[in-house]
Design a protein around this ligand. Structure first.
Ligand SMILES: *Cc1c(COP(=O)(O)O)cnc(C)c1O
Length: 415
């Protein structure tokens, strides 16, 4: 049986393993070295010139990182990947490899905090115009696209707006305009949803969240489907990369031009820690999903809770799209809910005993935060509105503890 025929739960553990090369070890060695030694000048020249594969210097490539790159590419159904120092490096690099000064991008406005700041405030300084549209409104994307639009960007579940755009329809719109579709798939992970199977061209992840699962390291990854044709009349800058790596010009460009020169290297130790976490992805996600669904239903029936936003609830505006599009295994581990006031949210957070109050998600532990007064404290009221950051909103990353204990903790804190 070939690796391609394995079920996801097997692939996540066994894909791209080569214990023979690791002296029989079950995990890859951590190549904790800044550079690699060569015997002859010819050998080093061959690797620098790309005539031979090999490792030169950690900022360029690292053998430990290569294992996680190949593994995530296999899980997402891509032809290859570049691991990065963080999820934000993956987001920034993928956009910078495609859009030049004078170009435009169109993005759903339901974005992770730093992605929003990068798009709304930072990219415009470099001459890249970002048109933000309502993430689930296909007509708005179509209307925002101009002759200068080089890519479309969207989150497969918006963090923390929890909305789910239709990726197949969005990829059709993008492709009609010769633009690739980049999907940030951090919240569902490839276990619940694989955007490339729905027409996406590039998938980015924060490795820090569910893929690592233990809050032990920061990292990111960019996966290339290899399917986008990069027509040169629109994507002029891809000429050399198409010649150098015809099967994956985007990977060539993002690696050679952006990743190496911006220095967004993933620490090999972080790749190693993430690989330990990946082994249990399926078990953890099944539990995250079951617990999130149960907590969402409990909160929906609580009289002090004004509203609950979780795509797994039948009445949620994104439920139908998520149900049709995802693999049928659930709706992720993140949810938001509303109390009467900001003061009530502060009181709730202070009374939590089991749940950790911190700024992360995707950990085995249940985590809660009041985004309005923390991550978004310096945002304008207008930006908070756009991102659906309400003063009376709590965001919860539902962990994998016993659900009875999670509910009991919420129940006593709500009292
Ligand atoms: C956390 C997150 C990121 C950024 O990842 P880092 O590893 O923190 O840089 C990007 N997108 C989404 C959806 C996230 O949740």
């Amino acid at each position: 049986m070939s690796e391609n025929e394995w079920k996801f739960a097997t692939k996540v553990i066994h894909a791209c393993q080569s214990p023979k090369d690791w002296h029989g070890g079950t995990l890859p060695p951590i190549y904790q070295t800044a550079a690699h030694r060569f015997d002859t000048a010819e050998e080093l020249s061959d690797v620098f010139a790309g005539r031979e594969p090999g490792f030169i210097y950690q900022r360029l490539r690292n053998p430990t990182n290569q294992v996680i790159e190949q593994k995530i590419a296999a899980l997402e159904g891509g032809v290859g990947a570049v691991a990065t120092s963080s999820g934000m490096a993956a987001v920034a690099n993928s956009v910078l490899a495609i859009a030049d000064s004078g170009d435009e991008i169109v993005s759903g406005n339901s974005l992770f905090m730093s992605t929003y700041v990068l798009f709304a405030n930072v990219l415009p300084r470099f001459g890249i115009k970002v048109n933000l549209v309502e993430s689930t409104d296909l007509a708005q994307y179509e209307a925002a696209i101009t002759g200068k639009t080089k890519l479309i960007f969207v989150e497969s579940i918006g963090n923390p707006k929890m909305d789910v755009p239709d990726i197949s329809e969005l990829s059709k719109i993008a492709h009609r305009h010769s633009a690739p579709l980049i999907v940030d798939n951090t919240l569902p992970t490839p276990y619940l949803f694989r955007p490339i199977e729905h027409g996406a061209d590039i998938v980015v992840h924060s490795l820090t969240k569910f893929l690592n699962g233990h809050g032990s390291a920061v990292g990111g990854v960019i996966v290339d489907s290899g399917d986008f044709p990069w027509p040169l009349d629109k994507h002029v800058g891809f000429k050399l990369s198409k010649e150098r790596r015809p099967a994956a010009p985007f990977l060539d460009k993002v690696w050679r031009e952006i990743h190496i020169n911006f220095g967004t290297t993933l620490a090999p130790m972080h790749a190693f820690l993430t690989m330990i976490g990946l082994d249990t992805l399926v078990l953890r996600m099944d539990r995250h999903v079951a617990n999130a669904q149960a907590l969402a239903e409990y909160l929906s029936s609580h009289k002090k809770v004004k509203w609950v936003n979780y795509p797994g609830l039948a009445a949620n505006p994104s439920h139908e799209t998520a149900k049709r599009q995802f693999a049928g295994l659930g709706y992720g581990g993140l949810l938001t809910f509303g109390l009467e006031t900001q003061e009530a949210c502060f009181g709730f957070i202070e009374n939590l005993k089991l749940t950790y109050h911190l700024a992360n998600l995707g950990d085995s532990k249940t985590l809660a935060i009041h985004p309005y007064s923390s991550q978004y404290v310096a945002f304008t009221e207008e930006a908070r509105q756009k991102l659906s950051i309400h003063p009376e909103m709590i965001r919860v990353s539902v962990g994998i503890e016993h659900i009875d204990d999670i509910i009991a903790d919420f129940d006593q804190a709500l009292k």
